[in-house]
Write a protein that binds this ligand. Structure first.
Ligand code: ATP
Ligand code: MN
Ligand code: MN
Length: 332
């Protein structure tokens, strides 16, 4: 059965969010969703949009999502996971239909479908055993600073290429993936790099490596490379479900002749304990150029030396700080 992307539902429950004055946590079906305070009372009907709803451009009630391309995504607000969107039934014209009614067509909502990036190269879905690559912006999750405080950490350069994942399952062949898809073996960049590094034999079964493919024809080739290369930023052991910590990650890459993303700083001991964890300080660290070029770097990525779980993020503790100079002048 196709899920009801947009339907009339009931606000089952409302609760305050510590430290938040203007929003509440609501329960709608099985979803936790953040709503504006004052908009609903428990038991009220609402229009509930599930994640991946693509809202119509031009509707006043959708305007607040313009910056997010009108797409309803999983979000985390004040540490609260918000999945979906609940709006008052006053956005509907005429009388409110009964609970459960699918109103997607009358509101002009469609389901968001990611476009397969490399068209004919797509072989299938991204392997379920491996987390997809992603980094939260520090400004969106300041709570991570408290989680990092006092721990040894390292800073890598954020490269502006395209994400690649290579995974050797316990009993299957190597798969090479773009950010969201596994790719058909052939002449695409990911497979070209996989062959150059003999990843089919080099990767131990159960391991995945994740890195940024950079070079001619990718973004603006800000590193000025002559050919496409892979810069590894994560090694994942699917048998334990864990990423390797910094030391194991570095030695794993060295052992297999792989390049890592540039490690700019390793901050340990007293230096880590006394490190200025202010946002401004991180923003300054994110500035600068890619070494040997005149190109502004996109930013930095910060992780603890020893992998840690982040309650704020609901996953590994890791975040990006984008170079504001890059955002202002270079981003396309
Ligand atoms: P946004 O929508 O906020 O721009 P996004 O989802 O497009 O975010 P990116 O801005 O590209 O994601 O940031 C995350 C990506 O950065 C990762 O998926 C990875 O491909 C890439 N990346 C580049 N350099 C690094 C690095 N040093 N460490 C980790 N990831 C890196
Ligand atoms: Mn990117
Ligand atoms: Mn991005």
């Amino acid at each position: 059965m196709e899920r009801k992307l947009v339907s009339i539902q009931r606000i089952d429950h409302l609760e305050a969010i510590p430290g938040a004055d203007n929003i509440l946590k609501a329960r709608v079906m099985g979803w936790d969703v953040v709503v504006r305070k004052g908009e609903f009372a428990p038991g009220d009907a609402c229009v509930f949009f599930e994640i991946d709803s693509q809202l119509p451009e031009g509707a006043p009630w959708a305007e607040f999502l313009r910056a997010r391309s009108f797409r309803v995504k999983t979000a985390r607000l004040r540490g609260v996971l918000s999945q979906g969107l609940a709006l008052p039934t006053s956005i509907l014209e005429g009388t409110v239909p009964p609970e459960g009614t699918d109103v997607r067509d009358s509101l002009g909502v469609v389901k968001y479908e990611p476009a397969p990036p490399e068209g004919s190269d797509v072989a299938g879905p991204f392997p379920g055993e491996v987390p997809r690559t992603d980094e939260i912006r520090l400004q969106s999750a300041l709570g991570v600073l408290d989680e990092l405080r006092g721990h040894d950490f390292f800073v890598t350069t954020k490269l502006d290429g395209t994400s690649a994942t290579f995974f050797k399952s316990l009993d299957g062949p190597l798969v090479a993936c773009s950010r969201n898809w596994s790719l058909r073996p052939g002449t695409n960049r990911a497979w070209t790099v996989a062959k150059r590094y003999s990843l089919d034999t080099a990767l131990p079964p159960g391991f995945a490596i994740q890195g940024e493919l950079c070079g001619p024809g990718i973004q603006k080739n800000r590193l000025g490379l002559a050919e496409v290369d892979l810069f590894v930023f994560s090694v994942h052991d699917t048998r334990t479900g864990q990423f390797l910590g910094h030391a194991d990650f570095v030695s794993f890459c060295a052992r297999h002749g792989l390049r890592t993303v540039p490690v700019e700083h390793v901050v340990t001991g007293e230096a880590a304990r006394t490190f200025d964890q202010g946002l401004e300080h991180y923003l300054r660290l994110a500035q600068g150029l890619y070494p040997g070029t005149k190109n502004r770097k996109e930013g930095i990525v910060i992780r603890p030396l020893v992998e840690r779980h982040s309650p704020t993020l609901g996953g590994r503790l890791s975040f990006k700080v984008i170079n504001n100079d890059f955002l202002l002048k270079d981003e396309d």
